[in-house]
Design a protein around this ligand. Sequence first.
Ligand code: URA
Length: 442
Amino acid sequence: MNMLELIEKKRDGGVLDREEIEFFVSGVTDRSIPDYQISAFLMAVLWKGMTDQETADLTIAMSRSGKICDLSDIPGTKVDKHSTGGVGDKVTPILLPIVASFGIPCVKLSGRGLGFTGGTIDKFESIEGFNTSVDPSDFKNKIDKCGMLLGGQTADLAPCDKYLYALRDVTGTVPSIPLIASSIMSKKIAGGADAIVLDVTCGSGAFMKDTDSAKELARRMISIGKLAGKPVTVVMSSMKQPLGEMVGNILEMYEVVSVLQGHGKEDVKKVVLTMASEMLALTDVGKGKTKQELMAACEEKIRSGEAFERFGELILSQGGMLQPDGTPVFVDRPVDIMTVYADKSGYVSSCDALTVGEASCLLGAGRMTKEDVIDMGAGIRLHKKIGDKVSRGEELFTMYVGTKNPVSDDRVDEALFKMNDAYEISDSPVTPPDEILEVISS
Ligand code: URA
């Protein structure tokens, strides 16, 4: 077998068999296939696509390209969750303590943010002392201690995906549904989950810009789950505007605390409670219960304060620091540098997720390249969201930077320009977008 034949076969619309896909994955992993051939192959896949069987074979081969986490000594169904990414997406830090408080072991391996999307690992690292490098040999210990753990993806978990993703990033081959589906699912399978709940975001601030492609991605990942013997549920959520009112690492963690203390915006709560109830539905806790009952039970965990308590336990278990009131100690402090007020009265008709994400990145809250250092205090607070009534002179948004290494005034000006572009105000009432577009189960 040789790589040129595989490239030509895919270029001409052929279907690869398992051996050919395994040849490709092992050649990427041991670096025996040069980058130019891998890139050509990725481009052929982007144009010609892959069948469900090819996508599943690619996923399984990639999941086996490194270590597979063995969580079998942790009793119970291990349900993992993953989001295809978005702006202001702080679902994981709220959802983990809720689900863990039902006795469901939660092993969550997350990524860092790149570009306009934030990463869960960065958000937790905004807490003083919080250590996200958890060795798999310590997983059981951490689960015994507090029922959950939050770790970074280790280099030996699906290394083939890591290499492919870096190449996709620089060859214009990220937006291929079979490549995205296999990338996500290979890491979830290698992470050792028994069942998986996926938040497939859809809108300007997401990979999937329209519902048809989000549905197709959902269908692919469910199909991979079936072929891999893992139940998969997909929650399709809107990323037309950022989730909640805060964008930026410490700012989002402020919002996490607020939601766990029973406050916070309805859109965040809706996505969190939907995802949490779908996770419970895949375990024994969900047996014989309706989704409404499960959502109400999750809400009760917030109301009773149990979820907030569990959040504190997670922080302490991973070396993070808490204030006497149970809220985290952060590595920095967001400083508000500018608030912009509405220049007319009306209804907010746009608060574009992509543009807000880019503005937040310009303020230092995100990375332009993998090497960039994040300003944990930077970000944006959205006082108004789509559908909100606004009067002339009312606060629209506030921009923040941290105290340690704030970006230049030029970057702030650029961010301001983008934010003014992100918002639109119309004269007539506007219906806010539904947060949950659809829930699809295998
Ligand atoms: N997230 C991933 O892990 N991989 C992709 O290809 C896209 C989003």
